[in-house]
Design a protein around this ligand. Structure first.
Ligand SMILES: NCc1[nH]cc(CCC(=O)O)c1CC(=O)O
Length: 297
């Protein structure tokens, strides 16, 4: 087999995630020759500009997708949650790896603070996600939300430096980096803070016509995780055609039943709207949740 060139962002989390995919591939196809080609994406370079201004979350993947189309790389490893619904033409998600924990966590600067209720009045919270912002304010209306973007390490350093009293991050990223053991944090339940579409899942993208890579990627796909992400991405597709709405969705298979928890704050209203739908089949579940939320008063 030829050498596989694997593209990724260059943050420590992206590198760690790429290693997880390489380990999975090695387990399923044996030893293979590879090269990691890391890229600083537009989203990583323009840290002072909000994501909305530079074109939504696609800014983390487009530069890497371009490498797939030019043939510079064969595979691209992404956090599924960073992927916009529309991939560049000619590309596809070839694998979704077994999903990690999907919840968001609230990390406290002061280790004496153990929960949201312990935070002082008007405590300052760092997050740049309107999904997290609005759901958090629904739990504690007095909190002051401040923008925080950049690598996990940068955000944790800003927390330690006193810029914030707490920050919200995905537990999955912290667990992958083994940072959790040194932090004081509270895990939000799915209904308190509905996660981002695809949160906790790793996606591997390749060219649609690359049969060799597609065959290999099938071996590392976890079918239940892939179905869950597909349901959530259908929800994203229906709602996110043109703009960056505060939304979240988490699909889970419980026995033989699919359960989808979905969140939307169409007019950026605090708390937004949430629904839980159940179905024996995953088809159209994302679409139904989107339609329900759009009609819900
Ligand atoms: N937006 C950046 C990003 N993309 C994926 C993760 C976490 C890992 C994951 O969800 O798989 C993070 C960091 C965060 O939100 O805390």
């Amino acid at each position: 087999m030829k050498k596989i060139r694997i593209g990724t962002r260059e943050s420590p989390l992206a590198m760690r995630q790429t290693q997880i995919i390489i380990d999975l591939l090695r387990e399923k196809i044996g030893l293979f020759d590879y090269e990691i080609i890391s890229t600083k994406t537009l989203g990583d370079k323009l840290l002072d500009i909000s994501l909305k201004e530079i074109g939504g979350k696609g800014v983390f993947v487009k530069d890497i997708e371009a490498g797939l189309l030019t043939g510079e790389i064969d595979l691209a490893v992404h956090s599924a949650k960073d992927m916009p619904f529309k991939l560049l033409s000619g590309l596809t998600i070839g694998a979704i790896a077994p999903r990690a924990v999907v919840n968001d966590v609230l990390i406290f600067r002061d280790s004496a603070v153990k929960s949201l209720a312990d935070l002082p009045p008007n405590a300052v919270i760092g997050t740049s996600s309107s999904r997290r912002d609005l759901q958090l304010l629904a739990l504690r209306a007095d909190l002051k939300i401040t923008d925080s973007r950049g690598k996990i390490e940068t955000r944790l350093a800003k927390l330690q430096n006193g810029e914030f009293d707490a920050i919200i991050l995905a537990e999955a990223g912290l667990a992958r980096m083994a940072y959790l053991k040194d932090l004081t944090f509270q895990r939000f339940s799915i209904s308190e803070c509905v996660p981002a579409v695809g949160q906790g899942a790793l996606a591997v993208e390749c060219r649609k016509d690359d049969i060799e890579m597609l065959t290999i990627l099938e071996k590392i796909t976890d079918n239940v995780s892939a179905q869950a992400v597909a349901i959530e991405r259908e929800f994203l597709e229906v709602l996110n055609g043109n703009c960056e709405l505060p939304l979240g969705a988490y699909a889970e298979k419980i026995g033989e039943t699919w359960q989808l928890t979905a969140f939307l704050a169409e007019n950026r209203e605090i708390s937004g709207k949430k629904v839980i739908l159940m179905s024996e089949t995953p088809q159209n579940l994302g679409r139904k949740a989107a339609e329900k939320l759009l009609w819900k008063k």
